[in-house]
Design a protein around this ligand. Structure first.
Ligand code: HPA
Length: 273
């Protein structure tokens, strides 16, 4: 059933596009503008695609943009599905399965995240070196379909080492100061308490957000290599003496838009085939 749904969604998308995408882009809160730069594009609202859930959060558009960016055939999610919206893990990660079916081999996953590491500043970009699944759930629970991936997938290099190196090289070329660190995936939708942020720091987290982990787990299961980029939109709760708001998250991501766009575009342009 699941495989059939993936195939139907993929066939529908294939019927609308001329070229097969090889790079997937999942664009987080405030970062969807990157999709506006895709050329010769086909735009498909999620609501048109068989078996796709609908996106509900403000700041998220809810459509696939497929076309060419920096000479690459890409498929971008402008807006993603979050666990906190009430979707289950299989729904959250369904688009990654569809990307795999469409031929995607490399996935760039982006998000807005709160900085846990006190050396970080809002507006920093962080290359994700690893993650901690703190969601208490997994998209891989349930009967395993061996055609989609192994029962017990390796997660020791969830974020591809060569892509991390590649990202650092891009940052250097652009003279862009970037951070690197561990992303903690929480369910949300509440932001953390100060005590929780201190706990996450003790656990080894550098940034915290409400996405990414499920998609990255499924990408690894499916044999897609992953690069993750967090935009540190705010310092996590309890670090600065001020409340957190979604508006602040959107504002900061808007401020680093140009850095973010330049960074991702350079990485695409120089990505080894
Ligand atoms: N916590 C969790 N998710 C987030 C944050 C945060 O501080 N900022 C942006 N997404």
């Amino acid at each position: 059933m699941y495989q059939l749904n993936i195939k139907e969604a993929s066939d529908f998308i294939t019927s609308k596009i001329k070229q097969q995408p090889s790079v997937g882009l999942i664009l987080g809160s405030g970062l969807g503008v990157l999709a506006d730069e895709i050329e010769q594009e086909t735009t498909i609202p999620y609501t048109d695609i068989p078996h796709f859930p609908e996106s509900t959060v403000s700041g998220h558009k809810g459509q696939l943009v497929i076309g060419e960016l920096e000479g690459r055939q890409v498929i971008a999610m402008q807006g993603r599905f979050h666990y906190y919206e009430g979707y289950d893990m299989k729904q959250v990660t369904f688009p990654v399965r569809v990307m795999k079916e469409l031929g995607v081999e490399t996935l760039f996953v982006t998000n807005a995240a709160g900085g846990i590491n006190e050396t970080f500043k809002p507006g920093n970009l962080m290359i994700i070196s690893d993650h901690i699944n703190n969601m208490g759930d997994s998209p891989l629970i349930g009967p395993n379909d061996e055609e989609l991936g192994p029962r017990f997938p390796d997660m020791s290099e969830a974020y591809d080492r060569d892509l991390i190196k590649h990202a650092h090289q891009s940052a250097e070329r652009l003279n862009l100061q970037v951070q690197q660190g561990v992303y903690v995936g929480n369910t949300g939708p509440a932001y953390e308490t100060g005590a929780e942020v201190r706990m996450l720091r003790t656990m080894g987290g550098d940034a915290v957000g409400m996405s990414t982990v499920p998609e990255v787990m499924v990408a690894n299961h499916a044999g897609i290599r992953v690069l993750g980029i967090s935009c540190i939109s705010n310092m996590a709760a309890g670090i600065l003496d001020q409340p957190l708001t979604h508006d602040e998250v959107i504002e900061t991501t808007a401020q680093v838009r140009e850095d973010f766009l330049g960074f991702v575009k350079d990485m695409l342009k120089t990505l080894p085939a």
